[in-house]
Every structure is written in structure tokens, then in C-alpha cells.
Design a protein around this ligand. Structure first.
Ligand code: HEC
Length: 151
């Protein structure tokens, strides 16, 4: 994110400098000392570039632990998008819509404390960590902390 934003601006700066060099050549024929203006423009361009890099720094959206996290609209969509391709009945737990709640509670995947529950620890473990984002893992964690209701 950050890198891409900076690169775009660096390209703009380089383009800007090329135009300046062209202008400076034209100016050279008219005025005797374009060097000072040129140096000032270079400095301004570099400073603009640096400040725009900071402006584009990416901050991931925070997952609020105090919000109410719902199985139906927050958790099940994660299962449906990233898990049911494998956990579609053959591999336990069955995470398909309408099946996931029973499979997770009966299988003891949601036991507190939430951090060490089978569901959360599998999602953060090495075999599964790449299958969901950090924000998705937190949503699951907070849903379990809040009692893992069929809500
Ligand atoms: C590419 C296939 C695949 C995907 C996608 C997948 N899993 Fe799994 N998962 C497995 C397999 C295979 C096992 C059983 C072996 C193991 O524990 O790794 C398993 C086991 C589990 C277990 C049980 C671990 C245990 O010790 O009993 C849980 C809980 C789980 N997965 C959750 C998830 C969740 C949540 C997602 C989606 C974010 C997910 N899985 C996505 C293949 C997958």
C-alpha cells in the first residue's frame, strides 16, 4: 500500500522534474540565472513527494471488541467464503450455513477461554493461518468471547 502510493508520487515527481528541465532550458535563453528557481522547484517536489507518502500510509480497520458479533452476518460469511470448500461435510467441523453452529458446539470447538478454543487456535495455527485475515480471526475470537450464540 504505502510503497505503491510512494511510487506513484515518485513517478509524478520525475515527470515534473523532466518538465522543469525543459522549462529551465527555455528559461536559460531568456533569463541568466534559472538555477536558483530550478533548485527551489526540485526541493519543493521532493518535499511534496515525501509528505504524500506519509498521507497514504495504510491503517487496517480496527475490529471493535465491544461491538456485538453475529454468527449470521459476521462469522458465517467467513466460513462460507473461506472454509466450506473443505469443511463442506466431509471434513469436521461442518461449516456450511445452517450446519456450522451445531457442528461447532457439539464438537466442543468453542470452549472458553476463547483464545484457546479449538476453532480460534486452529484458525491461528500454522496449518490454517493463511485461510483467513487478521480481522476475520478477531471477529471469530470476539464472537466466541461473547458466548458464541446462534445469533
Ligand atoms: C484446504 C482445505 C481447508 C480449508 C480451506 C479449511 N480447512 Fe480447516 N481443516 C482442514 C483439514 C484437512 C483439517 C483436519 C486436519 C487438521 O487438523 O489440519 C481441518 C481441521 C479444522 C479444524 C479442526 C481442528 C481439530 O483439531 O480438530 C477446524 C476448527 C478448522 N479446520 C477450521 C477451519 C476454518 C474456520 C476454516 C476457514 C477459515 C478452515 N478450517 C478452512 C482443511 C481445510
Amino acid at each position: 500500500m504505502e510503497f505503491t502510493a510512494c511510487r506513484i508520487h515518485l513517478i509524478r515527481i520525475i515527470r515534473y522534474l523532466c518538465e522543469l528541465i525543459n522549462n529551465a532550458k527555455v528559461m536559460d535563453q531568456k533569463i541568466n540565472k534559472p538555477g536558483h528557481f530550478f533548485a527551489l522547484f526540485v526541493l519543493l517536489a521532493v518535499m511534496t513527494g515525501i509528505s504524500s507518502c506519509e498521507k497514504f500510509t495504510y491503517t487496517p480497520p480496527a475490529v471493535d471488541p465491544n461491538a456485538t458479533w453475529l454468527l449470521s452476518t459476521d462469522i458465517q460469511p467467513i466460513f462460507t467464503a473461506s472454509c466450506v470448500s473443505c469443511h463442506g461435510g466431509a471434513v469436521a467441523p461442518d461449516l456450511r450455513e445452517g450446519k456450522s453452529f451445531q457442528a461447532l458446539t457439539k464438537g466442543g470447538y468453542l470452549d472458553l477461554p476463547a483464545e484457546s478454543s479449538e476453532l480460534y487456535s486452529t484458525m491461528t495455527g500454522s496449518s490454517h493461518t493463511a485461510r483467513s485475515t487478521a480481522a476475520e480471526k478477531l471477529k471469530v475470537l470476539y464472537w466466541i468471547t461473547q458466548g458464541a450464540e446462534n445469533n
